[in-house]
Design a protein around this ligand. Structure first.
Ligand SMILES: NC(=O)c1ccc[n+]([C@@H]2O[C@H](COP(=O)([O-])OP(=O)(O)OC[C@H]3O[C@@H](n4cnc5c(N)ncnc54)[C@H](O)[C@@H]3O)[C@@H](O)[C@H]2O)c1
Length: 318
């Protein structure tokens, strides 16, 4: 049983990770300012006595110190995670994503934490023409968000090299699953598609729909984080976490139409600034260093996600 901190624990990925850590018997402290995360995400089917929720902002260093006090493992998930939002408000996302990450690293170092596991992003690769994306490729961020997440990784590496704080950066590729917010204008494509199809509105595709992504079900990411707690030879490393399969938005919509039985045709709109054309991960390093292989594929993950949103009922989708 370890004492762990999940920053951004009320968000989509953070709350799923929190539940898995609690289930594994760890003492979990969640630190969140509830800007995009929700308190309801921390209500689980089972009651866990070892969950502590601390409301605070990454920009407040004293709050970060309080959050890391007595903590052995930090899962740093908190961020403002939208390409589009960062294009509109580069300063706001910079504060959360870079200054906030630096605060957590300093606080974790000073608190004597064993390891910080950082939620990095595949957006760092940008439009590098070579596929699949390998960690050693030169990054080419196309948005403030992508750049900020890359700076976070570099800080993690530096904190290991300079101060001996163990860090591991997991570069997530388009994660989806239960508790992902379908309602914000910044929402990711899968919850938006499911929301549209199940409520009888045509799904919107930005661009021609032939752009592709390595869509990865949440359980895979949670699994990778648990492996990263104790994996050897991972300190300071950057590791892709994905499925290693590429699906276009048009193909994705087809799969979701078959699952939901709703065959509404999409509306195509202008492509969005800062969006990458194609993305697929090489997951060889994750296999070697973490002994990671994806546990749930895209079709099964999409079925589970649709089932979750259906159970939530229409009221929570609007
Ligand atoms: N979802 C994906 O596909 C994806 C892909 C790559 C990387 N990531 C990274 O994974 C992490 C989690 O993303 P998510 O999709 O769960 O997003 P999310 O918006 O659901 O969760 C982010 C959480 O961080 C909290 N937060 C934001 N700013 C904060 C601040 N200043 N102080 C305290 N808490 C703050 C939010 O309230 C929210 O609970 C992020 O770091 C993101 O960059 C996500």
């Amino acid at each position: 049983m370890a004492k762990v901190l999940v920053t951004g624990g009320a968000g989509f990925i953070g709350s799923n990770l929190t539940e898995a850590l609690l289930r594994a018997g760890h003492l979990v402290r969640v630190f969140d300012n509830f800007s995009t995360g929700k308190k309801e995400n921390l209500i689980f089917d089972e009651a866990y006595p070892f969950l502590e929720v601390m409301e605070g902002d990454l920009g407040d260093f004293i709050a970060c110190q309080r959050a890391t006090e007595g903590i052995e493992y930090v899962f740093h998930q908190a961020a403002l995670p939208s390409v589009q939002r960062s294009v509109e408000d580069p300063m706001g996302s910079n504060e959360a994503n870079i200054v906030g990450t630096l605060h957590i690293l300093i606080a974790a170092r000073d608190a004597g934490a064993k390891r910080v596991i950082y939620a990095a992003s595949s957006s760092a690769y940008g439009d590098t023409p070579i596929l699949p994306k390998k960690e050693e490729m030169m990054p080419n961020p196309l948005s403030p968000y992508a750049l900020q997440k890359l700076v976070g990784e570099q800080y993690c590496r530096l904190f290991y090299q300079l101060y001996g704080l163990e860090t591991v950066s997991l570069r997530y590729f388009n994660i989806f699953g239960p508790k992902q917010d379908p309602n914000s204008i910044y929402s990711a494509v899968i919850p938006r598609f499911i929301d549209a199809l199940t409520s009888g509105r045509p799904p919107i595709i930005f661009g021609d729909g032939e752009q592709s992504r390595d869509f990865t079900y949440i359980d895979n990411v949670v699994y990778a984080n648990l492996l990263a707690m104790n994996a050897e030879k991972t300190q300071g490393e950057v590791i892709n976490i994905a499925c290693g399969r590429r699906v276009s938005l048009n193909q994705l919509l087809k799969i979701l139409q078959d699952i939901t039985g709703s065959y509404l045709s999409p509306v195509y709109e202008e492509p969005r600034k800062g969006d990458v054309r194609h993305s697929i991960a090489d997951i060889g390093r994750a296999k070697t260093l973490l002994n990671y292989t994806p546990v749930i594929g895209i079709e099964e993950g999409l079925r589970k996600t649709v089932e979750f949103f259906r159970k939530q009922g229409r009221s929570s989708l609007h």
